[in-house]
Design a protein around this ligand. Structure first.
Ligand SMILES: [Zn+2]
Length: 140
């Protein structure tokens, strides 16, 4: 599946507008793979990212768009990448939800299970728990 078709599919699944995809060699932090400009609906992906990493990033960023539109999460206090430690950043409820959604999408579309090797086990368990909640609340 082409990345722009995949993006359109996930956007329609979440009921959010489909962003324009762009590619850039560098983003604001060395580990960042994607950046969403939600005002202008432009999703910039790191050009060196693998296809699977790019697909995960698309699902993750579209979930943030869904979080904004449904107002189920308070994004006003959301730390920007690089302003806090990687662990603190990923402990934010919005990140746990976006990572869990991204993992569910990767499992159902590509049959790969993201294991989040850079995150500590307790945080991975929170992401797993959130996956179950999403499945129960949104996909039953
Ligand atoms: Zn995020």
């Amino acid at each position: 599946m082409r990345l722009d078709d995949f993006t359109a599919k996930i956007a329609s699944m979440l009921g959010v507008p489909c962003p324009e995809l762009r590619f850039a060699a560098t983003l604001s932090t060395p580990t960042q793979i994607a950046a969403m400009d939600s005002e202008n609906l432009i999703l910039t992906l790191r050009s060196s990212a693998s296809d699977l990493d790019a697909a995960f990033a698309v699902a993750h960023e579209l979930r943030h768009l869904w979080q904004q539109q449904t107002e189920r999460f308070d994004l006003d206090e959301h730390a920007v990448p690089g302003s806090v430690s990687t662990i603190d950043y990923n402990l934010q409820a919005e990140e746990i939800d976006a990572n869990a959604f991204g993992a569910l999408v990767m499992e159902s579309f590509f049959h790969v299970r993201p294991t989040f090797p850079s995150l500590p086990p307790n945080l991975v368990r929170l992401i797993d728990a959130r996956k179950h909640t999403i499945l129960e609340e949104e996909f039953q």
